[in-house]
Design a protein around this ligand. Structure first.
Ligand code: AP5
Length: 213
């Protein structure tokens, strides 16, 4: 069977990270999250992190020139497959990805688009708590940790991301509508888009994804 090369597209808080973690656990598909890569760069104070920090804190997209080069080195072997979480986020990123994959003799096999209403997103993001140490994600109501404030996976401290305030979520939603939504028709032309009801519980969303692989 050919490798599963997937893209997860959707507004902030739609569940991309949650489903990527399951795709890794159940189907062994490595997750490439540009958000996680950038947050690590900010923590490490690398040149990329120092430049990206201000954009991320405002809820704006980081410029394409900083993002596009991050992906190729992380793709891994051709037969392993991958899940792109949070990339591509602009048409320029989608075009650069197509060029890169065709040069490598690879292609995207499926694009999952998560549909979630804005009020649900604000509710999810304001209750999200992320592990400082391993990046695992909980929600105070929908996916609470066994011990309050502590990550189930590694025991690290759970914190709120600096861009997870209601005001910044609104800026991020605007960035999705004005810059990211246009990647959906780009892939729809290829007949590989599958839309999901992202408001269903995580297990149900995952079943739909698994069945479509
Ligand atoms: P990034 O980290 O990619 O953030 P995002 O796209 O805004 O997505 P989130 O991580 O907020 O949400 P998610 O969809 O992963 O949802 P999750 O599974 O956590 O990017 C951050 C920033 O980095 C950007 O704003 C930008 O500045 C920069 N950036 C990143 N990539 C870039 C790029 N390519 N180009 C330019 N800039 C870039 O779920 C959210 C919460 O809901 C959790 O608490 C979870 O437990 C809960 N939940 C999940 N699914 C369900 C469900 N089905 N039912 C109930 N609760 C659920």
């Amino acid at each position: 069977m050919s490798a599963k090369n997937l893209i997860l597209v959707g507004p902030p808080g739609c569940g991309k990270g949650t489903q990527s973690a399951r795709l890794l656990e159940v189907h062994g598909l490595p997750q490439i999250s540009t958000g996680d890569i950038l947050r690590q760069a900010v923590r490490d104070q690398t040149p990329l992190g120092l430049e990206a920090k201000g954009y991320m804190e405002r809820g704006a997209l980081v410029p394409d020139r900083l993002i596009i080069g991050l992906i190729e080195a992380r793709l891994g072997p051709k037969d392993t497959g991958f899940v792109l979480d949070g990339f591509p986020r602009t048409l320029a990123q989608a075009e650069a990805l197509s060029e890169m994959l065709s040069r490598l003799g690879r292609e995207i096999t499926r694009v999952f688009v998560f549909d979630v209403q804005k009020d649900v997103i604000v509710d999810r993001i304001s209750g999200r708590r992320s592990c400082e140490r391993c990046g695992n994600v909980h929600h105070v109501r929908f996916s609470p940790p066994k011990v309050e404030g502590t990550c189930d996976r590694c025991g690290g401290a759970l914190v709120q991301r600096p861009d997870d305030t209601e005001q910044k979520v609104r800026v991020r939603l605007e960035a999705f509508d004005s810059q990211t939504a246009e990647v959906i028709p780009y892939y729809a032309r290829l007949g590989i888009v599958r839309r999901l009801d992202g408001e269903r519980p995580p297990d149900e969303v995952f079943s739909v994804i698994s069945a479509a692989l």
